[in-house]
Design a protein around this ligand. Structure first.
Ligand code: NAD
Length: 300
């Protein structure tokens, strides 16, 4: 099996890298947080102290970073001395970025990579930490046909559904549309559950009713935001992430930015974005995004 450099070992990156190890790849890992690197090394990965060390000898590089600024810095370099991995990798190295970022940054990195002879795909994911651990993520890929075929051979070890959304950056656009809807669905799910509780309903009973009715959705089915309804959801674990509220705010902002460019109407997305902005300003940005439930309960 070939060698993969994996950069960004947070809530998502760590279990994704672990699945590559289980599939038999040699995985060279790097994160700014040393403990994250050490935890992967305990599971069989090769620990690296720098991006330069991580990409040395790797045939594929995968990045799983918070936002566009981090992805541009890691690939292209920054003002604090980072030279950018496009200047460090060996000939024919294949590049996959699975972070959720703005399509423009993905297209800039893809173009810079192509100008140096490298293939790059944007390949954001859906499915959350549970999907990352189970290896059942959905990948939404942007890039050429040949890059997509290469990406599939790696991504299939971390996910179940792999879609080719279109050209470079289109994977990000698909993901942004999905998360705009997720932000709206999570807000609506919190709102409906809280309305039921305020009017004397048991949230478990109400959840079951809505799961078998037309209000059924992903948040309700797999990620119930009311504590105690679903044992393995972040809501039943003090809202430990999972998917941090600050990342949802970022994604809804990406949706609004895209809408401004295409002059699309996104009134529900704008409302969801503002709900998350209020919620995060109240000190919740590092909690799971389902903690928005507490926003509705704050009068108690
Ligand atoms: P996270 O904040 O837990 O992890 C990001 C990691 O990147 C951190 O460990 C951080 O130290 C590291 N990092 C930042 N800059 C770095 C650099 N220059 N070099 C090396 N490492 C660096 O975030 P996450 O939840 O793992 O999400 C990662 C991406 O995936 C985000 O774009 C997010 O929007 C997206 N996403 C998350 C989820 C989820 O459920 N958590 C689901 C789908 C998509």
């Amino acid at each position: 099996m070939s060698t993969i450099a994996f950069i960004g070992l947070g809530n998502m990156g760590a279990p994704m890298a672990e699945n590559l190890l289980k599939a038999g790849f040699s995985v060279q890992v790097f994160d700014l947080v040393k403990e994250a690197v050490d935890q992967l090394a305990d599971k069989g990965a090769v620990a690296s102290d720098s991006i330069e060390q991580a990409v040395k000898g790797a045939q594929t590089v995968i990045t799983m970073l918070p936002a566009g600024e981090h992805v541009r810095a890691v690939y292209l370099g920054d003002h604090s001395g980072g030279v950018g991995l496009l200047n460090l990798i060996e000939e024919n190295t294949f590049l996959i970025d699975s972070s959720t970022i703005d399509p423009e940054s993905a297209r800039i990195v893809a173009a810079q990579a192509a100008s140096k002879g490298f293939e790059f795909v944007d390949s954001p994911v859906s499915g959350g930490v549970a999907g990352a651990k189970a290896g059942t993520l959905t990948f939404i890929v942007g890039g050429t046909d040949s890059a997509f075929s290469k990406a599939e051979q790696i991504l299939k070890h971390m996910g179940k559904n792999i879609f080719h959304a279109g050209k470079a950056g289109d994977g990000q656009m698909g993901k942004i549309c999905n998360n705009l809807m997720l932000g709206i669905l999570m807000s609506g799910t919190c709102e409906a559950l809280n309305l039921g509780i305020d009017n004397g309903l048991d949230p478990k009973v109400l959840s079951n009713i809505m799961l078998q009715s037309s209000g059924r959705n992903w948040a309700l089915e797999l990620y119930n935001p009311c504590p105690g309804v679903m044992d393995n959801a972040p809501a039943s674990n003090q809202f430990q992430p999972g998917f941090m509220s600050k990342l949802m705010l970022k994604d809804l902002g990406l949706g609004l930015d895209a809408a401004a460019k295409s002059q699309s109407s996104v009134p529900m997305g704008a409302l969801a974005r503002n709900l998350y902005a209020f919620h995060n300003a109240n000190g919740n940005e590092e909690l799971d995004f389902s903690s928005l439930f507490e926003f509705y309960q704050s009068k108690k």
